[in-house]
Design a protein around this ligand. Structure first.
Ligand code: LFR
Length: 487
């Protein structure tokens, strides 16, 4: 069968994409695209999960409309957020979005009971206030007790489509509840949260066939016959699978977040890694993603949204290009930027508070964001090299951010190494190739990455000299020192 469809849903948009492999060349064909954003309701940030489900159905109807009568299907989304389902399979609550402020103080609260070091030794997962561990900690105990199953977002979408409940591993590791040694949910952490092991489903690896699309859905909506395959359901896990990495390259999966790291076959949960707040998220095929979350394109997405989408991302990049470089810098990973009520004001305030020129125009705002992201990449890349004790020669940027040639070039200039940019659709590609491996049209992930490298354009950016780079780096270091607690 040559009909493999990826459902790839990010925090700002989703799509259904068909992957076609012909004579060793892989192409993608978009079937359906839709926007996504969390809803703000009475001080809560929530995902409209029923809307996302409907969009999958619409996408599948479009596939049928194009003559696709049978296909395989895999689903990936962002991580950490979950759905509580009762014994009848009904969703108990609204689905909180990870930017909800309810977990702002949860890390400190939990640390009073279990030390961050213990959590890190067990799980190897970086401390982020929105990890599922912290979300479940602040969740109503009653609701949790009512939950027959705790499914992460893609697990839940698979459940709605097939009636089968799984917890897929790449995403489950982002809960910060999996134990690196037992390779299952950690008993102590579950006890602490008052959760029983059987409230989670069986941990399932990418590549496993989940089962057919529910017959009732096929009939009701006139959908193709689908076989649901468990892919790497955490979008970042799929993005890294879809990145044609070389041995000495690090990657940035660049979308709403910039996930900067390397692929490893062993976790690295040393004290140093903990202090630098690097994570070991589980990947497909026995790998780990040793990486760090950098605030990413969320910063510019928010600026654009507040401008009522008057400018496209390309126009903002164009405006930024015309601005003076490195005029004002922000510490991207400061939690103040996680979900401020007004990103434009937040950036202006941060500039004013640190005695830098205030970013007035859209171009100045965009430039400040791109310059600061490039500098963050340098800081974290150097930190990464120290942790893994190995030099990184190439930085491979995949995802939507690979389209931003200003940011890619700035990154190459600031890190002083080659940047390879592309493919932009690495997440959908990672999703598709797992389906192809599972059904036998590709042998393994090495072959998959070779095919991807041959089939998609990868742009190369060589570093150019930057005037006054030393001064800029000193200013950047000072800014970081004043924000050291927000690494
Ligand atoms: C990227 C991503 C990151 C995760 C964040 C929250 O879309 O999945 O990997 O840390 O979103 O889930």
């Amino acid at each position: 069968m040559n009909n493999h469809i990826a459902v790839d849903i990010g925090a700002s948009s989703g799509r259904l994409v068909r992957g076609i492999l012909q004579e060793g060349v892989l192409t993608l064909e978009e079937l359906h695209r839709f926007s996504n954003r969390f809803i703000e309701q009475e001080d809560s940030c929530l995902w409209d999960i029923d809307y996302l489900f409907e969009q999958i159905i619409i996408g599948l109807q479009k596939a049928k409309g194009q003559g696709i009568t049978a296909c395989t299907l895999g689903i990936d989304t962002w991580a950490v957020d979950y759905v509580l389902v009762d014994a009848e399979g009904t969703r108990i609550q609204e689905v909180y979005a990870y930017r909800d402020r309810r977990t702002d103080k949860a890390m400190d609260e939990v640390a009073k009971h279990i030390s961050p070091l213990t959590i890190y030794e067990k799980t190897g997962i970086q401390q982020l206030s929105f990890n599922t561990l912290y979300q479940l900690y602040v969740h109503s105990e009653e609701e949790i007790a009512q939950a027959d199953q705790i499914l992460l977002v893609p697990d839940y979408l698979y459940y709605r489509l097939t009636g089968r409940k799984i917890n897929e591993v790449t995403n489950a590791s982002s809960t910060q509840l999996l134990n690196l040694e037992s390779r299952d949910f950690d008993d102590d952490l579950l006890d602490f949260l008052n959760i029983k092991r059987d409230q989670f489903a069986t941990l399932t690896e990418p590549g496993v066939i989940i089962g057919p699309l529910d017959e009732a859905l096929i009939q009701e909506y006139d959908l193709p016959d689908c076989q649901l395959i468990c892919v790497a359901t955490h979008d970042t896990a799929s993005a890294v699978l879809g990145a044609p990495l070389q041995r000495d390259s690090a990657y940035i999966s660049s979308g709403t977040w910039s996930l900067l790291g390397v692929e490893r076959t062993q976790p690295l949960n040393s004290m140093m890694a903990m202090k630098a707040n690097y994570t070991n998220e589980w990947g497909a095929y026995g790998t780990y993603r040793f990486l760090k979350n950098v605030m990413g394109l969320w910063l510019i997405q928010e600026v654009r949204r507040l401008m009522d989408d008057r400018c496209s991302f390309a126009e903002l990049a164009e405006l930024a290009h015309g601005e003076e470089g490195f005029r004002s810098l922000i510490s991207c990973n400061d939690p103040r930027f996680l979900n401020p009520s007004n990103m434009i004001e937040e950036i202006r305030n941060a500039c004013a508070e640190s005695g830098q020129p205030v970013t007035e125009t859209p171009g100045q705002l965009a430039r400040c964001i791109f310059d600061s992201l490039a500098l963050s990449y340098r800081t974290y890349l150097e930190e990464l090299e120290e942790l893994i004790e190995s030099r990184i020669e190439v930085l491979q940027i995949v995802g939507g951010g690979a389209n931003n040639s200003l940011l890619c070039q700035l990154t190459a200039d600031v890190i002083g190494r080659e940047v390879k940019a592309g493919p932009t659709e690495s997440t959908a590609l990672g999703n598709i190739v797992v389906q192809m491996i599972s059904t036998g049209s590709i042998t393994d992930i090495n072959e998959a990455r070779d095919i991807i490298a041959e089939s998609f354009e990868i742009k190369s950016y060589t570093p150019r000299p930057t005037a006054h780079l030393e001064d800029i780096l000193n200013r950047w270091k000072e800014l970081q020192l004043s924000k050291i607690q927000h690494q």
